[in-house]
Design a protein around this ligand. Structure first.
Ligand SMILES: Nc1ncnc2c1ncn2[C@@H]1O[C@H](COP(=O)(O)OP(=O)(O)OP(=O)(O)O)[C@@H](O)[C@H]1O
Ligand SMILES: [Mg+2]
Length: 373
């Protein structure tokens, strides 16, 4: 092969590598550098966005594999994108709406033109499986081709990165944070920035500021769904959510237990007070069923239906206790992906069906009054 041909092929192969998080090829992103050859040795350069060494390593491996077939005389060198390059890339990635949203410190999701549904997953008390349900719903939505993000707003007990097996730091372009992606789901969490065993001791204003940054400084791109894993209880995060994302819909997770239902009710009432619509109830940790079909209602039964009845909303699903759901969480592979035939996965899929068919909240404009006859 002529040196010229090889150079072209190298350019083509490297350019067609996809940056999954940015959803475009390196060529489209302008991240392919010059290729040169000297004494039958071809050297190519790629630019990478800094902040996450693991991502750079992965890119190097992908690039090496892409040119491997062309012979051992081709080497690819990775260079960090310099500030000018970053500014250029930033410009490429931002739509006019995004730029406007950033200058006004508004999340793109609350702009009038946004079609993203913002789903706040809340619970009265901790440990009811809110994060597991959120992670699985998101993975299932992404599997269906929806554009999905999870904002881990449980800053005190962040667990979404782990549930989705995400370990790398987010990359940073200029002043934008790129949300790492797993199973097609974009994620932003304090867990990326804080060691797991470090306690987070914050006051309300700091929390509010962090939620703002996670919404405004993170390059979410266009989404169909943003799922927000809210901390248990009624507190500050609901208030922040209401301020930044007034179009959020709230879904309340409860166990079947009476005591859990009472606490869940409180968080639902808090949402109502904030004028966030409560759309439905999700019962988790419903009866465990043995392969022989024997039911064990370990956490009691009927709680979800009762709460839904009290709130006047629909019970969207009952997710049973299963080993696969717990194991999936521990391994960082959501059960809906890793154990699709599990009973919990089955009901999570039905839950997503319901969520999708429910559709976004209809908004009534207060200036349009229905005429009484
Ligand atoms: N349906 C289920 N079957 C089996 N295990 C489950 C189920 N749902 C959740 N779990 C397990 O229960 C534990 C708590 O779940 P998870 O962390 O999702 O709850 P949470 O409500 O987000 O808790 P926290 O209040 O700590 O944020 C986890 O170990 C999880 O794997
Ligand atoms: Mg949680």
């Amino acid at each position: 092969m002529m040196a010229k041909d090889i150079q072209e092929q190298v350019l083509e192969r490297l350019g067609s590598l996809i940056d999954d998080e940015l959803g475009a090829s390196l060529q489209e992103l302008g991240l392919v550098g010059p290729v040169s050859s000297r004494l039958r040795r071809v050297s190519a350069q790629l630019y990478y966005v800094g902040g996450a060494p693991e991502v750079a390593q992965r890119l190097q491996a992908e690039a090496d594999a892409a040119v491997a077939e062309l012979g051992s005389s081709v080497t690819v060198e990775l260079l960090p994108l310099d500030p000018a390059g970053q500014a250029q890339l930033r410009e490429r990635l931002m739509t006019p709406e995004m730029l406007e949203a950033r200058t006004t410190r508004t999340p793109v999701f609350s702009l009038p033109g946004s079609t993203a549904r913002v789903i706040g997953v809340s619970s009265g008390k901790g440990g009811v499986g809110k994060s597991s349900v959120t992670a699985n719903m998101a993975a299932e939505l992404a599997r269906r081709g929806r554009r999905v993000g999870i904002l881990d707003a449980d800053v005190y007990g962040f667990s979404i990165p782990k549930l989705l097996g995400l370990t790398s730091m987010p990359r940073v372009i200029d002043d934008l944070i790129l949300p790492p992606k797993a199973f097609g789901v974009k994620v932003m969490s304090l867990g990326f920035f804080v060691e797991e065993d470090t306690p987070v001791i914050w006051r309300g204003p700091m929390l509010h500021k962090t939620i703002e940054q996670f919404l405004v400084d993170v390059l979410w791109g266009e989404l169909d769904y943003l799922l927000v894993d809210m901390p248990p209880g009624t507190g500050d995060v609901a208030l922040s959510l209401q301020q930044f994302l007034p179009r959020s819909e709230i879904f309340v997770v409860t166990t079947p237990q009476s005591a859990a239902v009472r606490v869940a009710q409180r968080s639902a009432l808090a949402a109502k007070k904030l004028k966030l619509p409560v759309r439905g109830v999700i019962e988790n940790m419903s009866a465990f069923v043995t392969p022989e079909g024997e039911r064990y209602a370990i956490f009691g039964s009927g709680g979800g239906a009762r709460l839904a009845g009290d709130l006047g909303v629909e019970l969207l699903g009952e997710v049973p206790l299963t080993m696969a759901l717990r194991e999936g969480g521990d391994q960082g592979i959501p059960a809906v992906i890793g154990a699709a035939s599990d009973l919990a996965s089955e009901s999570l899929r039905e839950l997503v069906d319901r969520l999708e068919s429910l559709g976004p909240v209809r908004r009534y404009r207060s200036d349009l009054k229905v005429q009484a006859k």
